[in-house]
Design a binder for this molecule. Structure first.
Ligand SMILES: [Zn+2]
Length: 98
């Protein structure tokens, strides 16, 4: 499955499920947001998804501003990384997530 900044599906690694979150036209690729499962990618890449909100360079959730991440579904281990790094990003993490 390829990455998109405007994904058509989410990957839930806890439940081992892929769920559609947008209509997927017949014949088009199912995409998901890589930083929803990847914290710090070993092989970052330039995104060519063409979405209006495209992040440009995909390196994992660690490198994405918190206010952008909040718009996406994130897996629990990514939320945990966000929590663990909250000490250095206090202002970016909502109080309830600390
Ligand atoms: Zn993109």
């Amino acid at each position: 499955m390829n990455h998109s900044c405007a994904p058509t599906a989410i990957v839930d690694v806890t439940k081992m499920e892929v769920r559609a979150i947008a209509p997927i036209p017949k014949g088009s690729a199912i995409t998901f947001f890589y930083p929803s499962t990847e914290w710090d990618m070993a092989q970052p890449f330039k995104c060519l998804c063409g979405a209006k909100q495209c992040l440009g360079f995909i390196q994992g959730a660690k490198h994405v501003p918190r206010q952008v991440l909040r718009k996406y579904y994130l897996n629990q281990h990514i939320k945990q990384f966000l929590y663990d790094s909250a000490e250095t990003h206090k202002d970016d993490v909502p109080a309830k997530e600390r």
